[in-house]
Design a protein around this ligand. Structure first.
Ligand SMILES: Nc1ncnc2c1ncn2[C@@H]1O[C@H](COP(=O)(O)OP(=O)(O)O)[C@@H](O)[C@H]1O
Ligand SMILES: [Mg+2]
Length: 285
């Protein structure tokens, strides 16, 4: 099984004694809903004059599982709930109801193991301007208790075309280079599951190629990948299975080939447009 190959790699790699066993589903969501609370009450609410504010439902009864070794696509228009779903999996947002697990570890009750099994490349460019690239990656390694991680850090830097920027300060990097560092940060602890939230939004062709080569290699070595993107040709080329979200609900879930056969005119973009204009195509929810 491909997932096991990845686990063997971790066990023998420079990360030392940490072993990641992802023998159960790599990612699973069971009837997950997320309602963001209403914004803070203003004076009118406090004085009893305002209408009772309701929260915003970003996820509505989402059930999904991604198996070890899959390259899985999560697609949907802006505001569909993709980042919220990723935030629930990474523990940044708590589901209002339902359960979420990473490699069988509940993201609430077994947070540490769940987080350790996961590397997330966030949608927003977040970085600390006071550190160099290498310091940033060492710091990130430290969060996972990895104090001698430079061999792996060098390998990641090399594969992401960052070797000559290792000692540059983060604030001196271009946007594309900062994004490469975000990818590197997600990989420092060799997570069996890697989530990329729109990693190629607004980046140049060179980074796209470098990134997809590296991520495809990691996938071939057994890492599970979950990708969100608006570039449907990327999803079509890379993903074995795809879920489509619309207003917080899964409206399609199938193999890429299955979606193309059922809905595709000429490509996944046609299928996407058709699915988004149809109420529910899963037949299940
Ligand atoms: N912290 C938050 N508080 C309130 N509403 C939010 C918050 N984060 C996201 N939302 C809302 O939830 C919906 C889904 O957002 P998001 O998960 O970012 O969608 P996507 O990543 O698919 O574009 C959007 O309507 C967004 O405005
Ligand atoms: Mg998003």
């Amino acid at each position: 099984m491909t997932g096991t190959n990845a686990n063997q790699r971790y066990a023998s790699g420079p990360a030392g004694p940490i072993t990641f066993l992802c023998l159960m589903s790599a990612l699973s969501l069971d009837h997950v809903s997320k309602i963001y609370p209403p914004r803070r009450r203003g004076l009118r609410d406090l004085l009893g004059g305002g209408n009772k504010r309701q929260g915003f439902q970003a996820l509505n009864d989402v059930s999904l599982s991604v198996e070890p070794g899959e390259f899985f696509g999560l697609l949907g228009p802006n505001g569909a709930g993709k980042t919220t779903l990723i935030s629930v999996l990474s523990g940044l947002a708590h589901a209002t109801s339902g359960t979420a697990k990473v490699c069988g570890h509940d993201v609430i009750t077994d947070y540490k193991e769940a987080r350790r099994s996961l590397g997330v490349v966030p949608q927003e460019l977040v970085y600390d301007p006071f550190f160099t690239v290498r310091e940033t990656l060492r710091l990130q390694s430290g969060y996972f208790g990895l104090h001698k991680n430079d061999d792996w850090i060098d390998e990641i830097l090399h594969n992401l075309g960052l070797s000559d920027k290792a000692n540059n300060n983060m604030r001196a990097l271009s946007g594309g280079m900062k994004r490469r560092v975000l990818v590197a940060q997600a990989l420092v602890h060799r997570p069996p599951v890697i989530i990329l939230d729109e990693p190629t939004a607004g980046v140049d062709v060179d980074l796209r190629r470098t990134l997809w080569e590296f991520i495809s290699r990691l996938n071939k070595e057994g890492h599970t990948i979950l990708l969100t993107t608006h570039y449907l040709e990327e999803a079509e080329a890379l993903c074995g299975r795809i879920a489509m979200l619309k207003r917080g609900r899964i409206v399609a879930l199938d193999t890429t080939q299955g979606l193309l056969a059922r809905f595709g005119g000429s490509d996944l973009e046609d299928a996407f447009v058709r699915i988004m204009n149809t109420e529910d195509t899963t037949g299940a929810q």
